[in-house]
Design a protein around this ligand. Sequence first.
Ligand SMILES: Cc1ncc(COP(=O)(O)O)c(C=O)c1O
Length: 375
Amino acid sequence: MKIPQLDLVTQYKSIKNEIDDAILDVLEKGHFIIGENVKKIEESIASFVGVKHAIGVASGTDALLISLMAIGIKPGDEVITTPFTFFATAGSIARLYAKPVFVDIDPKTYNIDPNKLEEMLKKRYSSKMKAIIPVHLYGQCADMDPILELAKKYNLKVIEDAAQSLGATYKGKQSGSMGDFGTFSFFPTKNLGAYGDGGMIVTNDDELAKKARILRVHGAKPKYYHSVVGLNSRLDEIQAAVLNVKFKYLPKWIEQKRKVAEVYNKLFVEGLSGRVVTPYEAPYNYHTYHQYTIRVSADKRDNLRAYLKEQGIGTSVYYPLPLHLQKCFNYLGYKEGDFPESEKASKEVLSLPMYPEISNEKLKLVHNLIYKFYS
Ligand SMILES: Cc1ncc(COP(=O)(O)O)c(C=O)c1O
């Protein structure tokens, strides 16, 4: 039996008629950029997240970039984030010729550690530090209260990179709703995935929303009159039509994924306790299990992954090299050993097959094969 890490085809088949109709409707109406579908998904996301504004853009990466531009990040500014995230988080900072400043993660949640953030700020705060981007990795929120408190104390803007965590909550608050901006990705693999690229920016700040809306259309308002230099970054109508169909199912799909996580957790505790560390859901969080990521010892991880691949089981490593050690960031001057928890995690994490429709039989098989590998 082959088990992919993610199965988007089964999901498509379960809603095929609705999706096909929605796409055909866009083709028949002939309006492809910023139309009724984009407006509808913006309203749905704003109301779901509980914020005043939602702005559809071309990707989660652009959502970060536009948010940074809207808060006025300039060359030479510094923006704090975690090195254990997808490249886009720090890449967006660097694209504005600002400097990413990394802070290590909490090894249990894989999210930025507020204690280490405080230590770093006490040691090396400078007026160049303008913002912080906490990332809600794998579908659960970073510990936002102490982060927001520190941001206030040091006058830092907060952009939540919620690319992986739409629908997750922190002490009852929706991910993306707590900072100055929240950014989402609709990359096909995400819990709410388009059939191509897409992203969304959310905020409660009227001025910032206005800026972001202008920045996504080359900085023009009115059309052809440019007071700032922006970019071309629109969510298109076809993707928005797909998202409007899928959005209705999001809470159900998240609940199904949480059940999958529960089944995995039980299997691993019964069978492989000690060898496999299952994901930790912080008591203040509602985890959406964008990924179900286990930890195994570094000397076994890659062999386990290869063995599972041989048996037809898809897995992924998010992420094999922390950002402070990426070649393109050599100029930042970081070295191995600077962020031990991120470095350790990058050698130990393994994301297992996880999608709402995966059967218990398949979960048992994944578990049995891992058990077999260890025995
Ligand atoms: C944490 C994180 N930030 C940013 C992004 C960028 O999103 P996109 O791929 O839509 O540009 C992703 C998506 O892969 C992500 O996982």
